[in-house]
Design a protein around this ligand. Sequence first.
Ligand code: GTP
Ligand code: MG
Length: 171
Amino acid sequence: GGRKREVNVLVVGLNNSGKTTVVNKFKNEEDRVSDIVPTVGFSVERFQNKNLSFTAFDMSGHGRYRDLWEHYYKDCHGIIFVIDSSDRLRLVVVKEELDLLLQHPDICNKKIPILFFANKMDNKEALSSVKIASGLGLDKIMDKPWHISSSNALTGEGLQEGVEWLTQQIR
Ligand code: GTP
Ligand code: MG
């Protein structure tokens, strides 16, 4: 029990990276959905970690919906950026979207934490989190705390470590 602090997190990343699967794993077992379909627009989900009560804005990563992301930058306490580590071809597109986000007026002056999931680590083609970090130039992010965790959203591996880091940063 006890009263938890309410925080908003924005969940972004390209379509098919695994955002909805990640968020679903953060929910209590009885609240999880069994079949996940591509998100249309966005979906609002709730989950708890430690002393925080999270409202997650699980955005669609499809090209036609990416313009929606920026509307949620202002009110978020943290960002979860999900990457399909096995989608090597689209890593440049991930970098483009990340750079747009980092340059946005509602983000660039804020010290909000960014948690990256190098997801689909179970895939044979998956790049390591170190390779993803260097491919995206994460070392250039100086003014915000960031962290990258390898994850498998199907099993939940790596997710807890990531969300605990985020919780630590926000509280
Ligand atoms: P949009 O809502 O379209 O932006 O996609 P999304 O990022 O929410 O992806 P979603 O969670 O719908 O997952 C896309 C597909 O990837 C689904 O078939 C998932 O089962 C699968 N998937 C998600 N995470 C993993 C993972 O860690 N490993 C593997 N192998 N598949 C995953
Ligand atoms: Mg989704």
